[in-house]
Each structure stands twice: as C-alpha cells, then as structure tokens.
Design a protein around this ligand. Structure first.
Ligand code: BGC
Length: 265
C-alpha cells in the first residue's frame, strides 16, 4: 500500500508491513501486537525461545494479520538482510522498520570487558545503523517512503553510572535518529526514536525482584511507577501511523517524566 493512500482510522496500518527486531519478548513483543492491532503484517525477529515466537504469531493471526518469525542475529548484516527480504518475499513490501533489539551489561567503564562492550554495541547500535541502511534501501526502491523507529532509552542522553556501554550505544542511536532522519527525509522516510524510562520487562528483572530498588525507582518517576511494555508500544504504533507524518530526526521520551525530575538513580 502506498504511504499516501487514505487509511481506516480503526486500523491505520492496514496494508503496511513491519519488521520488529528483538520482537518476541519485552517491549518488542508489545510492539508486534500494537502494530498488528493497527493492521500491519509483521516480521518478528528473534534469537531465542522459538515457542514464544510461535505463540506470538498465533496472537497476531487472531488479530486478523499475518506474522512470520525469523531467527536472525541482528548484529550481523546477513541477519538484517534476511529480515527485510522475508518482509518483501512473504508480504510484498516494507513500510515500518523498528530497531528494538537491545541488551545491557550493567558494568562500569572500569570493569567492562572488550567482549561485553562489543556485544552491547553490536546488538544495540550496529544493528540499528545497518538495519536502518538495509530498510531504507528497500523503502527507497519502493519509492513511497516509510518509517524507521529506534527504541532507545532515556539513557541516550542521561548518564547511567554502572551501565556505560549501554549509555554509549543509546547515545549513538540518538545521533543515528537525528542524522539518518535528516539524510533520509528527501526519500519520505521518517526516522524517529522512542526513549523509554524504566519498563516492566526482563531487562529490569533484577530491579523488579528487589523491593528496596523498586521503591527508589518509583519515587524517582513523577508518574510514580514503571511503564508497562504496551505503553511504549503504543508510542511506536503512533509513530508508524498517519498521525506522525511530520515527526522525524527526534526522540520522543516515554519515561513518566523521569529525566525531567531526577538527577540520576
Ligand atoms: C534501562 C534500565 C533502566 C531504565 C531507567 C533503561 O533504558 O534498560 O536498566 O532501569 O533505563 O534508568
């Protein structure tokens, strides 16, 4: 479907095709379901738990859309190409590409190993850079624009001592969003970031399992609680849809006000 055709308000992404990296758990899973709810067919990238991907495919089918899981390592260009070619081969095109896959090591500049550094940078930043490249080339070939959404973090801008490589990778994604957004604008491709604060997902398991840490975190968030993954996914779905046509080269913080009020955790 061309980007300029009118849309059904209840299914604003009908006829659109999306790829979500890191799509079978946490925020990624919620993004897959939000895009499908809004009418998109979805390629679900994953690296573990094929059974979770199969269950998610069933949930997408129940919403009336198509979904296919692809086991692909996003830190390798071949994996990224496989995601885009699957979208085109199975569903005919690519309209929305979500760079969501992410990991963190919770290590400081003093104790991060080369292996930890490379893993975080490869999965978070290199995958987003080359994912953007591979997706944008396909969108340009189609000739009618597209959307690239980078799931970053409040830590694209806000230091998190003890999570240094992660902050670097998210800071890089911030500049990727801004720079690629400017470069790709002439092709009608909007590049936007979403910066979650603390979200109830596996990446925050150790905090969620510790009532004392949770109390400190909740107190630091003006809205008083962590986000549910669906609250981040709804922002991504909006950014993929017709209402966000004039947003590009910027990040929307979805953090309950965290960075406005807190000097750091
Ligand atoms: C990190 C979490 C952290 C949250 C708020 C997220 O990007 O993944 O570990 O709790 O930011 O600081």
């Amino acid at each position: 479907m061309s980007q300029s055709e009118p849309t059904d308000r209840s299914r604003p992404l009908a006829g659109r095709v999306a790829v979500v990296t890191g799509g079978n758990s946490g925020i990624g899973k919620a993004i897959v379901l939000a895009l499908a709810r809004d009418g998109a067919d979805v390629v679900i990238d994953f690296v573990a738990h094929p059974e979770a991907t199969e269950e998610l495919e069933r949930q997408v089918h129940a919403l009336g859309d198509r979904a296919v899981g692809v086991e692909a390592d996003v830190s390798r260009i071949e994996g990224l190409r496989q995601l885009v070619s699957t979208a085109v081969d199975r569903f005919g095109r690519l309209d929305v590409y979500v760079n969501n896959a992410g990991v963190e090591t919770r290590t400081s500049v003093l104790d991060t190993t080369v292996e930890e550094y490379e893993r975080v940078m490869d999965i978070n930043l290199k995958s987003a850079f080359f994912g953007t490249q591979v997706a944008a080339r396909q969108m340009i070939a189609q000739g009618d624009g597209g959307r690239i959404v980078n799931v970053t973090s409040v830590h694209e801008d806000w230091p998190m001592p003890g999570n240094t490589a992660y902050c670097l990778s998210k800071g890089g994604m911030r500049m990727l969003t801004r720079t690629a957004g400017v470069e790709l604008a002439e092709h009608g491709i909007n590049v936007v970031g979403v910066g979650p604060g603390a979200v109830a997902t596996p990446i925050n398991r150790s905090t969620m399992d510790d009532p004392a840490k949770m109390a400190v975190l909740d107190a630091a968030i003006p809205l008083g609680r962590m986000a549910e993954p669906e609250e981040i996914a709804d922002v991504v779905a909006f950014l993929a849809g017709p209402g966000a046509s004039y947003l590009t080269a910027t990040t929307i913080m979805a953090d309950g006000g965290l960075i406005q009020s807190s000097p750091g955790l």
